[in-house]
Design a protein around this ligand. Sequence first.
Ligand code: TXA
Ligand code: MG
Length: 350
Amino acid sequence: MKTALWRVDAENPAADIIGSAARIITEGDLVAFPTETVYGLGANGLDANAVQKIFLAKGRPADNPLILHIASSAELFQLVRTVPPQALSLMKHFWPGPLTLVLPSSGLVPAEVTAGLATVAVRMPQHPVALALIKKAGVPIAAPSANRSGYPSPTTAQHVWDDLAGRISAILDGGPTGVGLESTVLDLTGEIPMILRPGGVTYEELAQLLGEVKADPGLTDALTKPKAPGMKYTHYSPQAQVILVKGTAESLTRQIAELCKDYHQQGLKVGLLLTKETWRMLGPISAAYQKNLGSRRQLQEIARVIYSELRACDIAGVDIILTETYQEKGLGAALMNRLLKAAGHKVIRA
Ligand code: TXA
Ligand code: MG
């Protein structure tokens, strides 16, 4: 299959391009498009055949359900059985935006979307291209991240191209995405709202609005199965082995310098993804790939580039990626969740 690559203005997408992309969706094929979090791989969420093509293109396990993307709150009412008051206030505060709500399914969406679960995950993205595409297609768009399953999520059209060219009909290139990590998945079917995947909307923001929120114990306890089926898989992993180094500014810097030397002696190529603060202490060092991620006080910036930098390490052919840990507060919770998964939970304490 030949994959079309269409440039679109992120703020003001041209109607003819959105029209062509929407036609692909309504005809049952796949289009990748930018959202404010990461690029999504879209199909008509009401068409079981189209949705199956997503799983094929990505190599995604069939038991991992998809998020439905809508362009107006009204569309939610057909997709779910009930909209509790909490959902209404969450929608008012955070939609459009990086918050996905899990609610009881109305049964309208095919089992291919929900992986046979009684619930369905829905979000309204905050990106003019995504919203225009959904509106024009006139259907909810099922869209996982537009990467090959297991690989870091795409934050540019080039990442999507690298993973899926030849497997999908078109890619809408609206430039790099803003948040850089996926949406927060919040389950509203229990007594207390539960975060199934930390993401762009933080625990603190949710707690402020809802009062009580809990995090799925399966996110942190290796012995408990996570409630979001997707969270149990190895994920976000580049080819290179990721190692997280945790310590004080001094111990961390010393450990990284030592590890870097050791790996070099073993003939391994090292990539260093470090904060400005660590680079300042470390000084010049020889590594196959190095990147200053910016200040650790600016987690938004680090989140925005982290997937792209993991991919850059692979392109540079490194064997080992050394990177740092962050406090699991605010966006740090989502960042650490992804880094720990990318590292297969390998943390070296300095
Ligand atoms: O930011 C995002 O959410 C991006 C953009 C494209 O919107 N999408 C995304 O989709 O990250 P995906 O498929 O890569 O991740 C969806 C996550 C998975 O962990 C999946 O298991 C979970 O949401 N999920 C989907 N439906 C669910 C449901 N009914 N119950 C529990 N978890 C669900
Ligand atoms: Mg994904």
